[in-house]
Structures are given as structure tokens and as C-alpha cells.
Design a protein around this ligand. Structure first.
Ligand code: ATP
Length: 360
């Protein structure tokens, strides 16, 4: 187990900004994920850790060792690429053994270690199969075994599940997590899939446009997003713009439309948000935090009413898009077999003040 530090690392490709001033301290044994949309700089950051790119500025440390300018083969990392980068005409055994042969490991040890790696990824008995005779999921496991067989200090995974179908992706993410916990290996994972990041990671770094937006546990990132981008990229969010009317002790009263006022909590706000009387702010309201109420309760605080514009049944949940005056509200309920409201029906919601988070 080893810690990894990126000390104010930047990468510039000519005039193109790859990433700017990334500073992270990844703990030994941690499962750390880079998450963000296409082009945000995740792969560039991972490639600098692997040694395929050298930073334009900053330092990279594995434990106390400065590896900033070391080539990939001098760093003890195992990498799984998005397209796996396997040798198609070679066997499973030959693919997994490749890194050990390069390192001039003895034949008997190669056999022993490849067999162990095959077992770890549930591919025992597949040694003689050629790669082009395997399914996508099996190829993915060969790639993982090939990364693990060299017993790296750090495992680097670049969108390893993106070529698998939805069901296999879910199974494989559990498998990878199980292996990572079993081996206790420091793991850095790149994905644009927020559900994958949330379910697997100890901590997540959210990036956009080459810049780090937030670093935190899945819970911190989801419940306390630092800005609009994080609130909308992770999970779903109703982002409502309004004006602060009053601040009453711990509570803030915000007007979102002439006849739409909600009460929130002052401490439920990101540092980027200035809650002052008259300030324009953005509130994030998660669809699952809204409660349906009977319209008799309309006089109560934070109760709003509207008409369903979209009614969606997924099996697990019932989702309503509702027009509330000039605002749209998405609400999500776990399916409990109740009658599903249809488009055009009137509906009332309670938005708890604890569920309103001010992001900017
Ligand atoms: P994706 O999910 O699409 O792989 P990403 O978040 O991994 O995206 P990067 O591949 O790291 O993003 O790219 C970050 C930025 O750096 C982009 O603007 C990209 O065009 C640029 N970039 C990446 N590699 C190079 C390169 N070798 N030469 C020039 N520009 C590059």
C-alpha cells in the first residue's frame, strides 16, 4: 500500500490546456476516482501518474519517491486501458505473462503468478484460449489480471467498464471493488459514469475543463456539492434560481417566483454561495428529497402545487415532472404500488428546508 501525491500538477498540450493545478493526496489503499465529462482531463491526469505523459508543471510522488520524470516501466503501476490493449492473437496466459517476461521473471514463477492472477479474476482454465475467442467481459478480466500479475503498488483503471453492457458493468464493478478490498491496493479509477464513481469510490475528484471542481467522499459530493456543475453532474438536481428575501437566524427565505417562496437553512450552502438579502442564488433540490402531500396541506410552509407534465414509471421509481407556476420540479418516489398520477393531474409537494442546498 502506498500513497500518491499530485503536487500542483498541470499539463499543457501546445496551446491546449490538458489539466491545470491538480493537487491531490491519495491515501494508501484508497479507491480514488477521477470523474467528469468527456475532455475534462481525467485520462491526462491518469496518464501522468502512469508515466505516459510528463507534467508541464508540478510533481508526482509515490510515497516519498519523486516519480515525476520516471518512464512508465520504472513505476510500479498496473494499468487497465479502456480498449484493454490486449494482444489479440496471443493466448490468455501469454497476455497475462507479458509484463513478467519483460521483467525477466523465471519461468516457474511466471506460471505460478499467472495462475494466481487468473484465479483472482475467475479465469482459471482459460490459459490456452486466444483473446479473439473471448467475450468482452472475459477480455476485460484478462486486462485486469495482466495489470495485477506484476503485483503493482498502484492500480490504474481507465474507464475499464465502458465496453460492457449495463448488467455486466454492474457485476464487474462489484468484482473490481471486491478485488481491490481483498488486495488492499491503492487504486485510481477514471470514469464519466457518476453511478460507477459513487458506488465504488472512497473519494472522488470531480473535474471540468481541466480544473478540479471538488474532492470528497461520495456522500460529501452528493449532499454538499460546491457549485452548480457538481450538483447537476452528480445525480439529478432541480436547480432553481431565486433572490434572498430575508434571513431569520438559522433560516433563509428565498423568492423563486412572485408567488413561490421557500424557506431553507443558512448552513446548507456551499462556500461559493453568498446568502445576503437581495442576493441572486441557485438552490439545488434533489428529486428524491421532495415529499408528496395532500392539497389540504397547501397552507403549510414549503408546500407547492402544480400540474404533472411528465409521469414516468421505471419499476423502481415513479418520476414526475411538474409545472409549478413558472418553475419545473422533478420529483422521484420509490414505487410502493400506489396509484400513479397522470399527465395534467394536480399534485402538491412538500420541500423540506433541510433538502434545499444553496450552490451558488
Ligand atoms: P474522455 O472521457 O473523452 O477520455 P478526458 O476527461 O479523459 O476525456 P482528456 O483525454 O484528459 O479528457 O483530455 C483533456 C484535454 O486535453 C482535452 O481538451 C483534450 O483534447 C486534450 N488532450 C488530451 N490528450 C492530448 C494530446 N495528446 N494532444 C493534445 N491535446 C490533448
Amino acid at each position: 500500500m502506498i500513497d500518491v501525491t499530485l503536487d500542483h500538477v498541470s499539463k499543457q498540450f501546445g496551446n491546449v490546456k490538458g489539466v491545470a493545478d491538480v493537487h491531490i493526496e491519495i491515501k494508501p489503499g484508497e479507491f480514488f476516482t477521477f470523474l467528469g465529462p468527456s475532455g475534462c482531463g481525467k485520462t491526462t491526469t491518469l496518464r501522468m501518474i502512469a508515466g505516459f505523459y510528463f507534467p508541464s508543471a508540478g510533481r508526482i510522488l509515490f510515497g516519498n519517491q519523486d516519480v515525476t520524470n520516471l518512464p512508465p516501466n520504472k513505476r510500479n503501476t498496473g494499468m487497465v486501458f479502456q480498449n484493454y490493449a490486449l494482444f489479440p492473437h496471443m493466448t490468455v496466459f501469454e497476455n497475462i505473462a507479458f509484463g513478467l517476461q519483460v521483467r525477466k521473471t523465471s519461468k516457474s514463477e511466471i506460471v505460478q503468478r499467472v495462475e494466481r492472477a487468473q484465479k483472482q479474476v475467475h479465469l482459471d482454465g482459460y490459459g490456452n484460449r486466444r483473446i479473439d475467442q473471448l467475450s468482452g467481459g472475459q477480455q476485460q478480466r484478462v486486462a485486469l489480471a495482466r495489470a495485477l500479475v506484476i503485483e503493482p503498488q498502484i492500480l490504474l483503471l481507465d474507464e475499464p467498464l465502458s465496453n460492457l453492457d449495463a448488467k455486466l458493468r454492474e457485476e464487474t464493478r462489484l468484482e473490481i471493488k471486491r478485488l481491490q478490498l481483498e488486495l488492499g491496493i491503492t487504486t485510481i479509477y477514471v470514469t464519466h459514469d457518476q453511478a460507477e464513481a459513487m458506488s465504488m469510490s472512497d473519494r472522488i475528484m470531480v473535474m471540468q475543463g481541466g480544473v478540479v471542481q471538488q474532492i470528497g467522499t461520495p456522500e460529501q459530493i452528493y449532499n454538499r456539492p460546491v457549485n452548480r456543475f457538481v450538483a447537476s453532474f452528480i445525480g439529478e438536481s432541480n436547480l432553481w434560481e431565486g433572490t434572498v428575501e430575508r434571513i431569520e437566524g438559522e433560516e433563509v427565505v428565498v423568492r423563486f417566483a412572485p408567488d413561490l417562496i421557500l424557506r431553507g437553512l443558512v448552513h446548507n450552502s456551499s462556500p461559493a454561495c453568498k446568502l445576503e438579502v437581495g442576493a441572486s442564488i441557485t438552490a439545488s433540490i434533489r428529486p428524491e428529497s421532495v415529499l408528496e402531500v395532500r392539497s389540504e396541506e397547501l397552507q403549510q410552509e414549503n408546500v407547492v402545487k402544480g400540474n404533472v407534465t411528465i409521469s414516468e414509471f421505471t419499476g423502481i421509481s415513479v418520476n414526475y415532472m411538474t409545472q409549478i407556476g413558472t418553475m419545473q420540479l422533478k420529483a422521484m418516489f420509490v414505487n410502493q404500488g400506489h396509484r400513479i398520477r397522470q399527465r395534467g393531474e394536480e399534485i402538491a409537494f412538500f420541500i423540506p428546508k433541510e433538502s434545499i442546498y444553496f450552490v451558488g
